[in-house]
Design a protein around this ligand. Structure first.
Ligand SMILES: Cc1cc2nc3c(=O)[nH]c(=O)nc-3n(C[C@H](O)[C@H](O)[C@H](O)COP(=O)(O)O)c2cc1C
Length: 335
């Protein structure tokens, strides 16, 4: 795949995600989990402490902006708006796949956000399949060049299979992740992109040395849907493929001890609160921030502040004053 094709496919994705309905019909599953109500919270909303620590870095909110873009001229403003908002709110951020930057190093500027977000926890991004095509040093260079704190390695077999030009050979991916984790020298987050991660897979990734798993479950952005808008007829049978986010989170939490990021269709602060109570360290959002990021960093901050306000209300109503108490509280499954 040459740089021009990768870059124009990325722009297609952004356009489709902004203009069309690209979400699963099925839900993320959080409606089947409840935080118990506390009618006597004995606390003040403004005192809710949302700060937390993730992989050694302090966050003011337990949020991360999920990987979306970079690699096409014009996408730099999206990344910079996201990064400025992340800096303002004290949260983390992932950049989109840096495959385009491997194919054409001149595109590095589209991922360059450190100057506007010096303090944030920042992740680079690469497809797991690319680990077999480039040397460990080349991948490490991606992180170094954008001054990131680590990298997210994405697993997206369902999306690739629905792209006519997508990868078809997924042999050896786990071994390559293991080799990379051993040599990386920085945190390696392994993530899905909207089909979720099962407990069994999580266990293998933990053994391979992943620092964290971002489950990116089903119920939010559907890449199969995006590819079907790009003309993939064969994708249509798989539109609802994937493990719902809440189910994936429960399976992974039982299976592994490493930190988990809950993402995939998380759309309210209440869903964030439930995800944290079910064992996630952070909640991640992609699609809800895309359109605001095409407007301004203030628009991204407004969206995230709304989610933070809902999280604080959920914490108060559950009778938990900080993130640690929320984690200990747990959620009740209602079926
Ligand atoms: C426009 C767009 C582009 C994305 N590009 C990437 C990517 O390059 N790498 C990646 O790991 N995930 C990518 N994702 C997946 C997200 O990081 C996230 O895992 C997924 O969209 C689920 O979250 P959501 O339902 O809040 O959108 C992208 C998502 C969107 C909406």
């Amino acid at each position: 795949m040459d740089a021009e094709k990768t870059s124009s496919r990325k722009l297609d994705h952004i356009r489709i995600c902004i203009d069309r309905d690209v979400e699963f019909s099925k839900s993320n599953g959080f409606e089947r989990h409840e935080l118990a109500h506390n009618a006597l919270p004995e606390a003040r909303l403004s005192d809710m402490d949302t700060s937390t620590e993730f992989l050694g870095k302090k966050f003011r909110l337990p949020f991360i902006i999920e990987a979306m873009t970079g690699g096409s001229p014009g996408t730099e403003s999206i990344n910079r708006n996201l990064a400025m908002a992340a800096e303002e709110l004290g949260i983390g951020m992932g950049l989109g796949s840096q495959r385009a930057m491997l194919e054409d190093p001149e595109l590095a500027y589209t991922y360059d956000v450190r100057d506007v977000a010096p303090g944030i926890f920042l992740l680079g991004n690469i497809g797991a399949v690319q680990l077999s095509m480039y040397s460990i040093n080349e991948i490490r260079g991606l992180v170094r060049d954008i001054k990131a704190d680590g990298i997210a390695v994405h697993l997206n077999a369902a999306q690739e299979l629905s792209q006519p030009e997508g990868d078809r050979d997924w042999r050896g991916v786990l071994a390559n992740i293991g080799k990379f984790c051993r040599k990386a020298g920085f945190p390696v987050v392994v993530k899905e992109t909207g089909c979720g991660i099962s407990g069994d897979v999580a266990r293998k990734l933990e053994q391979a040395g992943a620092s964290c798993i971002d489950i990116a479950g089903a119920g939010g952005t559907s890449w199969i849907m995006v590819e079907s808008y790009r003309g993939s007829e064969s994708a249509k049978a798989f539109l609802e493929w994937g493990i719902a986010t809440a189910e994936s989170l429960m399976q992974c939490r039982k299976a592994v001890d490493i930190p988990l990021i809950a993402s995939g269709g998380i759309r309210t602060g209440l869903e964030c609160a439930k995800a944290l109570a079910m064992g996630a360290s952070l909640a991640g959002f992609a699609l809800p921030l895309l359109k605001p990021a095409t407007e301004s960093h203030q628009a991204v901050s407004r969206k995230l502040s709304g989610l933070a306000g809902e999280l604080r209300k959920a914490m108060l109503l559950a009778g938990t004053g900080n993130i640690e108490e929320l984690r200990k509280k747990g959620c009740k499954s209602t079926g």
